[in-house]
Design a protein around this ligand. Sequence first.
Ligand code: FAD
Length: 328
Amino acid sequence: MVLVVVERDGDGTLTEGSAEVLAAARDLAESLGVPVEAVAVGEPGDLPDDLVKRGVGRLHLLTHELLDDGSPSCLGEALAGLVADLRPAAVLAPSTDRSTEAMAWAAAELGMPLATACTEIRPVPDGTDDTWEVTRERAGGILLEDAALTAPIRLCTLRPGSPSPSETAAADEMTVHVVVPELRASVPRARLVERRERAAGMTLTTAPVVVAGGRGVGSSEGYAVLEELAGLVGGAVGCSRVATNNGWRPHADQVGLTGTRISPDLYVACGISGATQHWVGCMNARSILAVNTDPEAPMVTRATWAVIGDVHEVLPAVVDEIRRRSGR
Ligand SMILES: Cc1cc2nc3c(=O)[nH]c(=O)nc-3n(C[C@H](O)[C@H](O)[C@H](O)COP(=O)(O)OP(=O)(O)OC[C@H]3O[C@@H](n4cnc5c(N)ncnc54)[C@H](O)[C@@H]3O)c2cc1C
C-alpha cells in the first residue's frame, strides 16, 4: 500500500497540497499494483468527504487529545506506530512545515531515512530492490538533486506542483480505521496557545506588489513608510528574517526559505541583501526593484531595477511623488 498523510483546512476540507499528494500516490500505487490508503487526524464522523473520489479505499483516523493541538512530534510518534503496523511500501506527505516535521519525527522513531521536498519519485520497476530514485529540491528550490532512497518503507514529502499526475479514479467505498495511538508523555510537544486569524484582504501570497524591508530599515518604526507605499500601490508588506528576529515584524510577513514564498508582479526589496535563504522566497517575482546602499548586494545585482541609496531617503521621496502624481 501507499499511505498518504492528509492535511485539512480549518473548514475540514482537504488542503490543495494533500489533494496533489493523493493524486501522485495514486499513480505510484498503480505502478506498484497496491492500493492507496490515507491517514488523518480527526474524530469519527468528522471525515474529509472527498477522499473516496480521490481513490482512497481506507482511512486511518488518528484520534487523541494530544493531536488536537497540531503538535508535529505527537503526530510523528502516532504515525511511526501506524507505519510500523501497516508496513506500507511508501508514506507520502505534503511538504508543509507541519507534515515535514511530523515525518521527520516518524522517520527518527522508525530508524529510517526521509526524503523531503521530492518533485519526483521513481520506484524500481521489478520491486526486487529497496532502493528507489527520487528528485528533490535543495537550497529552497534553487537546486534539484537526484538521490537514491534505500529503505524498506520509503518516507517522502512532496513539493506542491510536482509532475502532474493522471486522472484519479474513485474508490468504490472507503472504510475507516479509528486508531487511538499510545503517545509517550516524555515526547516533547508544542502546545497551541493562541490562534490568530490573518487580517482579511491583501496577503503576502495574493498581493500583486510586495514592499519588503530588511536590516536596512533599521527599526519597527521604519516600516511605516513601507506600509504607506504598499497602501498606495495596493500591495502588502514583507520582510527579511533579520526583521522578524529583531521583533520588527511578525513571522507571517517573512519572505524566504523559512518564511513565505511569493510570486508578485513586483517585489520591492528595501535594505535587503538578497541572501540565498531570502532569495528563494522572492525569486519568482515577475520583476524586482531593489533599494540598497550597496551596489554589490546580491539583491541589487539580480534585480530588474535598482536604486542605490538610503531607504530612509528614497522611500519617502517615492511616496511623495506617487501622492503628487495621483493627487492623493
Ligand atoms: C536555515 C536558514 C533559514 C533562513 N531563512 C530565511 C528566510 O526565510 N528569510 C530571510 O530573509 N532570511 C532567512 N535566513 C537568513 C538569511 O541568511 C539572511 O541572514 C537574511 O536574509 C539577511 O537579512 P537582510 O537582508 O535584512 O540583512 P543583511 O544581510 O544584513 O542585509 C542588509 C542590507 O541592507 C542594506 N542597507 C543597510 N542600510 C541601508 C539603508 N539605510 N538603506 C538601504 N540599504 C541599506 C545593506 O547594504 C545590506 O545589503 C535564513 C538563514 C538560515 C541559516
